[in-house]
Design a protein around this ligand. Sequence first.
Ligand SMILES: Cc1cc2nc3c(=O)[nH]c(=O)nc-3n(C[C@H](O)[C@H](O)[C@H](O)COP(=O)(O)OP(=O)(O)OC[C@H]3O[C@@H](n4cnc5c(N)ncnc54)[C@H](O)[C@@H]3O)c2cc1C
Length: 394
Amino acid sequence: MLLYTFHSGFESMSHVSDVAVIGAGVFGAWTALQLRRSGRSVTLVDAFGAGNTRSSSGGISRVFRIGYGHDALYSRWAQRSLTAWLELFRDGRLELFTQTGVLWMTRSDDPMTDETVDTLRRLRVPFEILDRAELERRYPQLSFGPVTRGVLESEAGVIMARRAVQAVVRQAVRQSVDYRITAVTPPADTEHLESVRTSDGDRITAGTFVFACGPWLPTLFPATLGDRIHPTRQEVFFFGSAPGDRRFAPPAMPAWVDFAGGVYGVPDLEGRGFKVGLDHHGPPFDPDLGERRVSDGALEVARMILTRRVPALDAAPLLEAHVCQYSNSSNGDFIIDRHPEMDNVWLVGGGSGHGFKHGPAVGEYVTAQLSDRATPEARFTLAAHGTAQQRKVF
Ligand SMILES: Cc1cc2nc3c(=O)[nH]c(=O)nc-3n(C[C@H](O)[C@H](O)[C@H](O)COP(=O)(O)OP(=O)(O)OC[C@H]3O[C@@H](n4cnc5c(N)ncnc54)[C@H](O)[C@@H]3O)c2cc1C
């Protein structure tokens, strides 16, 4: 609904909705869609547009696994989310998920993999355990070094992140979400937020505001989130295999994670190259001003990983490389809570290095919280999040 209001002597348009969602990354986009599906009127705003290159959701691809060690909550969320993503893609006739399988590479003393196996079994998620000999037989294009075992989640895969989040927003717009590209200025301190201003001189009025601004949250809410969300610089590299060599594309090559080694990989999809991602947290990063030129040091590490793990790509040319940022909470748990002073403002973020897949479940959770019926998960509250970085969720 549009209202005309008089503000500071100028006539300006005021967008009025039940809920305004600020930020159309994967968390905000799904939140807007799920809120709309619950019958609310929704305005969705993004400073640069859904899936923009600066956002954490703006990368080419994201690994979609179900396993999370003993952590059944994230595994259940990943299961539910996968169903929601696949429904969205099926309805839109989109091919944005590839069932590559996800291979956990694990060393002998790795309790997380044993816990993952237990959880997958309990949740009836299909998987296979591969001993070293079987790993070598199935994946002769890889060299396993200290890896003693593999767990292959056969129905897991890779989601094309940027286009997937844009598809969510298109669906939201089809369902009458009012979507606008403009930047919201930080709200003034108040007990109840009536409206926010935007960079185009407009004003958005809503009953409830959800700020899902990823790595921008600490600057928008410095007192509450300045110490609780730490954006870090993360680098990914795409290497090219030899002409006609299909060993690094599905079905020969799955996505893979090696948490002990601080690295993960995605097979060649859409001819973009074999992706190597460095998962160790990089230095602090400013999402607005940070230069997105990859560092020589990180490229050297990525090449070292190729030499050790994928000898056939030892001298492969670099095709593309990107700098993105994780929005790390203290331990990797998401932050989804009401603002401590503003009673109608919700903060949704801290996706850290694993949030993309969970977009639908995050949207569902926020929708339930806004209806006042749901009990909050203690781990997502502000109170549960310290300020020191001690990563526990991978
Ligand atoms: C390199 C890399 C690899 C990753 N790998 C995986 C993986 O394999 N699997 C996985 O599940 N997850 C992965 N993740 C994590 C996942 O991508 C993030 O957790 C997720 O994208 C976070 O989404 P978000 O919506 O919270 O934030 P964002 O995507 O950053 O969205 C925030 C949005 O808010 C907007 N915004 C900010 N300020 C304002 C303002 N003032 N006004 C209006 N709009 C504003 C921005 O423009 C942006 O679009 C990875 C992340 C990175 C960086």
